[in-house]
Design a protein around this ligand. Structure first.
Ligand code: URA
Length: 192
């Protein structure tokens, strides 16, 4: 499978659909490739699909997704202006954290997905996405709230890590950090 041959996001999705190298595919019901606009300037990456996502075949459609949508709406963004995916494309059994092997198996597809979308801004939701994309073991609390860069096909993409909405459902007091981060995103996209 030559991932570089995927010339569009639709072709890449078809490739992911026929990929047998990630064990999660065997236990999941559906492939959750992406949600949103394939021409969006803002790309968000979460951790892994959960039960609702597995049922619908789309990322972030459950409670965490609804919170995410409300947070994005608060900075004026609707689904038409964003594109969302995850570090892995299938639900881990019982919603466990995806293993490093599962994340690694999906990583080349995710890298190509970013390259094809070529967003102005990349938002990493939670530690798993930050670790996979930035290749760092630094905790999310230290990474969040500052502009980082992701190198992709000769471009530096402005990248911001923030708290995962599922974490915010458990720790609503920490929404203030995510709010600050989202205001940084708003400011950045208003610059162009
Ligand atoms: N949490 C995630 O990280 N991704 C989803 O798609 C849903 C919940």
């Amino acid at each position: 499978m030559d991932i570089g041959q995927a010339a569009t996001l639709a072709e890449l999705e078809a490739m992911v659909g026929s990929f047998e190298g990630c064990a999660l595919k065997r236990t999941a019901k559906s492939l959750c490739f992406a949600r949103g606009n394939p021409e969006a300037r803002i790309m968000l990456i979460g951790e892994a699909p959960g039960r609702d996502e597995d049922l619908h075949g789309k990322p972030f459609v459950g409670r965490a997704g609804q919170l995410l949508d409300r947070m994005l709406a608060a900075i004026g963004l609707s689904e038409a202006q964003i594109y969302i995916t995850n570090t892995v494309y299938w639900r881990p059994p019982g919603n466990r954290t995806p293993t490093p092997e599962e994340i690694e198996a999906c990583a080349p597809f995710l890298a190509r997905q970013i390259e094809l979308l070529s967003p102005q801004v990349l938002v990493l939701l939670g530690g798993a996405a930050a670790k996979s994309i930035l290749g760092t073991s630094e905790g999310i609390m230290r990474l969040r709230g500052k502009w980082l860069t992701y190198q992709c096909a000769g471009r530096s993409i402005a990248t911001l890590a923030t708290l995962h909405p599922a974490y915010l459902l458990r720790k609503p007091d920490e929404k203030r950090y995510a709010w600050r981060d989202l205001l940084m995103v708003k400011e950045k996209i208003e610059q162009k």
